[in-house]
Write a protein of this length. Structure first.
Lengths: 480, 302
């Protein structure tokens, strides 16, 4: 069930009304309803994987209890590795089996040892990367004694299957969401309105920005030879807008929906394209994933506490893992590796924590220096996006070669100059800039005006969403 | 919560009114399906030759040039299942029917409208022909079947600019593909071949089933079924996938062999058709359609 579907448009109000009308008095009823909603939501994608979701939930709940109850460190570690092993095992099998088998076959082929790779027709369970990481964060936090295991299986099951976050995050932490689940949620009108506003903005990003850019991106990446360098450069820009609009839009819808049920979910994006360096970019892009890798992989590996070489090793591991998490393709690993290369100089010169606050805080516009930094960071990120978007290394190579040819300085192809899309992107970036100090761009916009002006503003956003809808693009991050 | 819900409903009320009005206005607009449905019902009883099929019938056969009463009941992207549904719906009305003309094109046995890029056309069958084989709820509404900006464009063009041409003659032939328009036939032929290529044959068996149903229905009534492949430009012919072509030919061969009232005629590389006869890579203009109809007419006379 997609967020931008009629099915969800019916599903959400029904669950919302049942939640606040029937379940508002008793915590258990709220949990049962959310659990049913979560399993129904997931089952709409593929009912065959409901068992996997349940198994993963039960495994981590049970492992968490065992870890907490274990008398010795060795027993704790054993239970931890059982949980990690099985969870990552499932993830590895569904997501990476064919990749490894094909890579192994290619390696054998390079040694003139030919074999028919035993490939399987594996369907990737939607959201497995996300709910697996939810569960792993729970057992890891118990192991590191940051939290106590919950004794309420229903509560834990709701934490894992909470439908707004289930298929594409944000990756929530047990120590943030579980305490909220242990209290009966009270209806809060201001929170509801805020949630609705964030959902509206999320749909704008997804439908008006991301889906509009998708057609041009697909055109260029499907046949780069048919376009000149400047057109391909434009396509990369469109992809940067598409992936940001798509993923941050989804996150906004998820967070806003969670708020409708009284829950606060951590933000996942904080205006990453206004970053002044790559370190800042990674503090603002897919925050839930980057912090997950930081807390559960980078820091346990030693972080930056050890020698320089150890720190560099850890940085590369994190970025390569981030790339690999996205999918079983060398291009994602290259993408992660590129970001490691971008990050390294900042780390080596100790400038990776230079920009901790939003750019031009309290000012209307950035200075020239900051503007230049933003542009350079954006260009570096865009270059890496080529690998992220390309289907394979060869395609990426062809794309880059064509883009950086002499035709980069020609006028772009007319088919890549859609005026309406440029206008929308321009307005979008302006609104994002104006609202950069808030959780989401329109959080505080027009609140100081009368209801008529506020509603006119919401109608304008809604009109744009309706006008640009029907382009039929699914969310990019559902494939992860 | 009641106050918030009331505010939400109040906020959405103008939108709901606009949507309802748009739905009403869209349904009031003339369209090709509404028009052809009325024409079909008008001519069904007198029709001796019925053309079914996709745009390869719709734009390529002008029943005006047949010697016997004929009607073109084809539509763009109409796949075999909808050919059968139309025939089944009006089967009682075709009391004088003697021939069915049905194109078997490169994609006919592989494509199904319900999964195609133009699946939105199903709403026309539901709303105007009253054929409800597909249960997807949005197809019961004009506003939900197509992207809003297309519907807005339709409304503006019709109600504000008074721009609408039915594009269909009295006997159901599409009149919009005119010889005055000069398209890049070579490029469009390649594109059409690519567009009509199907990697898998998920619908093959099902389509064969519908084709057999049409043949069985016709055989029971001693109606001849004339299968044909209409002319196309060289770039279209050259860029078709050989496997897909051969699978279709194999099936047609069997059908003709097993059904005495079924015949097949392949005009795809007929030398009688030149560049002047084509509108695009796989459709004829009005000159080509006239020529092709005369060809089919001679075939029927024989």
């Amino acid at each position: 069930m997609l967020f931008n579907s009629l099915h969800f448009l019916v599903f959400l109000p029904v669950v919302f009304l049942l939640y606040w009308q029937l379940a508002s008095k008793k915590l258990q009823y709220q949990h049962l309803l959310l659990l049913a909603a979560g399993y129904y939501f997931y089952g709409c994608w593929d009912p065959r994987f409901l068992l996997l979701l349940f198994f993963s939930t039960a495994l981590d709940y049970f492992s968490g209890k065992q870890i907490a109850a274990a008398a010795t460190k060795t027993s704790k570690r054993t239970w931890l590795w059982i949980s990690i092993g099985i969870n990552v095992g499932f993830l590895g099998f569904f997501k990476y089996y064919n990749f490894f088998i094909e890579s192994f076959a290619t390696l054998l082929g390079s040694w003139s040892l030919h074999t028919d790779p035993w490939l399987l027709n594996i369907i990737l369970p939607v959201g497995i990367s996300f709910y697996t990481f939810h569960g792993l964060s729970y057992v890891l936090d118990i192991y590191h004694e940051r939290i106590q295991p919950t004794t309420n299986f229903l509560q834990y099951a709701v934490f894992i299957s909470f439908f707004p976050l289930l298929v594409a995050g944000p990756i929530e932490r047990a120590n943030h969401l579980l305490p909220q689940l242990s209290t009966t949620q009270q209806f809060n009108t201001a929170k509801m309105k805020d949630g609705l506003r964030q959902i509206l903005w999320g749909f704008f990003k997804k439908i008006v920005i991301a889906d509009s850019c998708a057609a041009y991106v697909n055109m260029a990446f499907n046949d780069p030879a048919a376009f000149n360098g400047s057109s391909l450069a434009l396509a990369v820009f469109f992809f940067a807008m598409q992936i940001y609009g798509d993923f941050s839009g989804y996150s906004d819808i998820a967070i806003g929906t969670a708020r409708l049920f009284g829950f606060d979910v951590k933000k996942n994006f904080a205006y990453p394209y206004f970053s002044r360096d790559i370190a800042e970019f990674w503090r603002r892009w897919h925050i839930s994933l980057s912090t997950w890798f930081r807390d559960y992989v980078y820091i346990p590996l030693g972080g930056s506490r050890g020698s320089r070489w150890l720190s560099i090793r850890n940085i590369f591991i994190i970025f390569l893992l981030s790339g690999f998490w996205h999918g079983a393709n060398v291009t994602f690993i290259i993408w992660g590796g590129l970001h490691a290369v971008y990050f390294l100089p900042l780390f080596l010169f100790n400038t990776n924590r230079q920009h901790m606050h939003i750019v031009a805080e309290g000012k209307a516009w950035p200075g020239i220096k900051d503007a230049a930094k933003i542009l350079i960071t954006f260009l570096l990120v865009c270059f890496a996006w080529i690998f992220f978007r390309a289907n394979n290394l060869q395609e990426a190579g062809v794309f880059i070669q064509q883009m950086f040819s002499a035709s980069l300085f020609e006028m772009p192809d007319r088919s890549m100059l859609p005026l309406s899309v440029f206008v929308m992107i321009g307005l979008f970036l302006l609104i994002e800039w104006k609202g950069r100090q808030h959780l989401y761009a329109i959080e505080k916009m027009c609140l100081q005006y009368t209801i008529y002006i506020r509603w006119a503003w919401y109608y304008a956003i809604l009109a744009a969403i309706i006008y640009f809808s029907g382009q039929g693009q699914s969310f990019i991050y559902f494939q992860f | 919560m009641k106050k918030l819900l009331s505010k939400i409903l109040l906020f959405l009320l103008p939108l709901l009114i606009i949507v309802a009005t748009a739905e009403l206005l869209l349904r009031q607009m003339p369209n090709e399906y509404k028009l052809k449905k009325n024409l079909l019902e008008k001519h069904a009883q007198s029709t001796e030759l019925l053309c079914l099929g996709s745009s390869h019938s719709y734009y390529n056969i002008n029943p005006v040039y047949f010697n016997i009463p004929a009607f073109n009941a084809a539509h763009s992207s109409q796949t075999l299942n909808y050919d059968w549904f139309l025939l089944r719906k009006y089967h009682d009305s075709f009391i004088n029917l003697r021939y069915i003309l049905l194109p078997i094109s490169y994609q006919s046995l592989f494509e199904k409208l319900d999964d195609a890029a133009e699946s939105w056309r199903i709403k026309n069958y539901k709303l105007y022909y009253n054929i409800h084989e597909n249960n997807y709820l949005p197809y019961n509404f004009e506003v939900l079947s197509m992207a809003p900006r297309f519907n807005i464009s339709r409304l503006v063009n019709y109600y504000c600019r008074q721009q609408y041409s039915p594009g269909v003659n009295e006997l159901g032939y599409a009149t919009s593909y005119q010889s005055t328009v000069k398209n890049d036939l070579e490029k469009m032929g390649r594109e059409a071949a690519a567009r009509n290529y199907f990697k898998n044959n998920n619908h093959f068996k099902e389509n064969l089933g519908y084709l057999q149903k049409i043949i069985n229905w016709a055989t029971e009534r001693k109606i001849q079924v004339i299968l044909f492949t209409s002319p196309a430009v060289e770039s279209y012919r050259q860029n078709r996938d050989t496997n897909q072509v051969n699978q279709s030919y194999k099936v047609i061969e069997q059908l003709v062999k097993n059904n005495p009232l079924v015949s097949y005629h392949n005009f795809i590389d007929s030398p009688d058709f030149t560049a002047d006869d084509f509108y695009d890579g796989d459709h004829l203009n009005e000159i080509g359609a006239k020529k092709f109809t005369f060809t089919l007419n001679d075939l029927i006379k024989k």
